[in-house]
Design a protein around this ligand. Structure first.
Ligand code: HEC
Length: 142
């Protein structure tokens, strides 16, 4: 009789332990899920991830070859620096590029990055941020 009572009591506390562990697990999952949901909005404002101009320019060079069909000189030739500089800043130049036959927003960012690097307006290791493009001035010096 007594033995039976003790063992059923132990079973009960085992179930309790399991429930507490389960509860802690659920709480960790809940907090963890909440944090990872907040991450993208707190670490970056861009909608496609964090890249340097140099990283985007790699594919940008390929996309730029499509521009040559209509603009035989392309846009990295130094003789075209003045024409590009008329757009004053990188945001306005992006708006112009967006009116050209080009597939996606990402393609626009990539070809813009390539042109900006080749014309000497940004450094390869600068972070591309679509929200601060107007701060990149297209000076026609040198
Ligand atoms: C199908 C032909 C065609 C292709 C391909 C093309 N463009 Fe154009 N682009 C034009 C024409 C036509 C104009 C002049 C009319 C205008 O400004 O919209 C122009 C104008 C421009 C201008 C403005 C030049 C100025 O004098 O202000 C820029 C910058 C430009 N293109 C960039 C590009 C880039 C970068 C690409 C490649 C992603 C590209 N274009 C691909 C036809 C094209």
């Amino acid at each position: 009789m007594l033995n039976g009572f003790i063992s059923s009591n132990q079973k009960c506390s085992d179930v309790l332990k399991l429930l507490v562990i389960l509860l802690i697990f659920v709480v960790i999952l809940y907090i963890g899920g909440g944090c990872s949901q907040n991450k993208p909005t707190t670490t970056t404002t861009s909608d496609f991830g964090v890249f340097t101009f140099g990283q985007l320019a790699i594919e940008g060079e390929n996309i730029h070859s499509n521009c040559l069909k209509c603009h035989s000189l392309g846009w990295v030739d130094s003789s075209l620096k003045a024409t590009l500089a008329d757009y004053q800043n990188a945001r306005l130049l992006l708006s112009k590029i967006a009116t050209m036959p080009i597939d996606s927003k990402l393609d626009q960012y990539q070809v813009l990055s390539y042109i900006l690097i080749e014309q000497g307006w940004v450094s390869e290791d600068g972070i591309f941020d679509v929200d601060t493009l107007e701060e990149i001035m297209l000076n026609n010096t040198q």
